[in-house]
Design a binder for this molecule. Sequence first.
Ligand SMILES: [Zn+2]
Length: 358
Amino acid sequence: MKRMNFNLIKQATRFSIRNWVVFLLASVQSLSFSAGATEQVHNNSFCQDIQQWSAFTLNPPSSKNATMAEIGAQQLLASDMLAEVVGKVFKIYSSGNLRSGELKSCLNTIPNNRGDFTSALGATFLNRSIKRLQNSRSPLISKFMKAVELEAGDVESLLFSISGHFIPDYEAGPLKAGFHRGSGSLFADIDAIDPNEWLLIIVHELSHRIDHQLRDAIISYNNDALVKSLAELAHQVSDPTQLSSEQQMQLDGWLRSGLDRGLWAEYRAWVLSFILYREGLKENLWGKIPWIENVLSRQQAKENLSHLVYRYLDPRFQNPQAGMFSLPLIQTELHFIRDHVLRSEKLPSLGNFNEILK
Ligand SMILES: [Zn+2]
C-alpha cells in the first residue's frame, strides 16, 4: 500500500505536536514542579525510561572537548531513547494498560524537557494510528485513507473549524479531541479517550480535515463585509418576509455556511465515521463502542443512517445567541432553515464524502 506522503505526516505532526503539548501540559500545570519531584518513584517501566531519557538529554555525558561527531552521536542516542519510550507508551495505551493520570504524573517528574517528550508522543500516536488505518483491509477505510493522503497534503485543507464540535457521550464535558480553528490542528486527550475508541476518533477528526464543504464554509462565514452588511440589515428588519430576494439569498447563504461548519459538518463527519465504524468492527480495528451502538440502536424501521444521524444530532446543537444571533431576523431565519431541513427528506449533502462512499 502506498504510504502517506511525507509532507502530510510532517504537517500533521507539526500541528498535532503543538496541541499535544498544550493538552498534556495544560493538564499537568496545576501540579507545581519542584526539584524533589524527580525523586518520585514510578512503578511503570515507561516512566523510568522517560526519566532516563530526560536526564540523559539534560546532562549528556559529553565533556567540554567533545567533538561534533560525539555530540551528534549523543543526540542520536537521545532521539532513539525518546522514540523507543514514546513507542512503548503508545503500545501500553493501545493495549488499554495506561492508567488515567499515569503519564501526567510521570511527566511532572521531568524538569525542563516535557515539551520535547509530548511533541514526540503526539507525532508517534498520530503516525502509528495513520499506519494502522492505512493497513486496513476494508476497501472503504482504504479509500478514506487515500482521500486523507490526497487532501491533507495541502496546507490550505488544514484550515478547519470545530465550532460546535460534538462528541455524543461527553456533551457536558470538555472536548476529548478535535481540530483547532485557524491552525487546522488535530488534538486529542489520551487520558480522556478510551483506547478502543482511539482510531475511530482519529478517523472522525481526519474526516473534518478532508471535508471540502467545511473548508469552504469557514471562508464564506468569515466574510467580514458580508457579516457587517447582514448585521446592519438585521438591525433594520426583523421579519425575513420583508427582505428582497437578494437579501434573502445573502442571509440564507451566510447562515448555511454557519451550519456547514457546525451542525452539518458534524453530521457529515459522523455519517462517515459510523459507516467506517461498522467496517472497522469486521476486522477488529476496534471493538464495539457502547455509545455508538446506543445511537445505532435508535434507528427506526425504514430510516437510513443519514437520517438517524441527523435526527440524533439536530436537537443537540443549540443556535448561538450572542451578537448578531440575538437579533430577531437572524434567529427567525436560522430557525426556519433548520426546521425545514429537519422535516425534509433531503438532508444536507455529504459533499466530497460521497466520493469515498460510492
Ligand atoms: Zn467532529
